[in-house]
Design a protein around this ligand. Sequence first.
Ligand SMILES: [Zn+2]
Length: 251
Amino acid sequence: MSSKQALIVWGGWLGHQPEEVAAIFRTVLEEEGFRVELSDTLETFADEEKLKSLDLIVPVWTMGQIEKEQVEGVSKAVQSGVGIAGCHGGMCDAFRTNVDWQFMTGGQWVAHPGNDSVEYTVNIKSSSSPLLEGIDDFGVKTEQYYMHVDPAVEVLATTRFPVAPGPHSLNKAVDIPVVWTKRWGVGRVFYCSLGHVASVVEIPQVKLMMRRGFVWAAEGKRRAEEAAASAAKGSAVEQGAAYTGMGDSQL
Ligand SMILES: [Zn+2]
């Protein structure tokens, strides 16, 4: 039996139904063999040693204010191999003023022209990742997230703008990432921009993508431990030398 351990930290703006979304994620994770702990305080993020004992961190927190020791706790845990996976504003509009969080997660929401009644297509990309294999392009009616994205991410799905008119429209068509992965230290990062409310997370394709993302991100922990075990070989980068450049955003 698996002894994978996941932590869901939920809260922030209630319009995103964080408690309901956290409950869905909990069920998905338990179905995948995780032991799941829920927390409704960001103080949990300050316990670096505890976080490092996990396989997966799932933030479900929109428009919050994160403290220095909290973002550093998460960052160092992920650098050590703990996965982080989340969706929508719960991960990439979590802490607008914290660039360390954004550097780690790979993007930040900036707009959703047309609000939550936009009908658009999620285009699944062919990529080197098997994460979205077997999932076809699908349509949704919800917020279409226009995001500022780290060019280092591997994009697994996109959506084409503009659909709803806005100040971006004259820039012509642009494909904005919907699903991506990236690395942070030796940890794995997974993000999906869908998930405005619980009913969107329940869309079969969305739920499946999150399920696979959780499992994939958590798997990075085992890989990191194996790499550490065969220690000596491997550069500092491969070993995930702790990033200490955080600070400029922590005023
Ligand atoms: Zn939203």
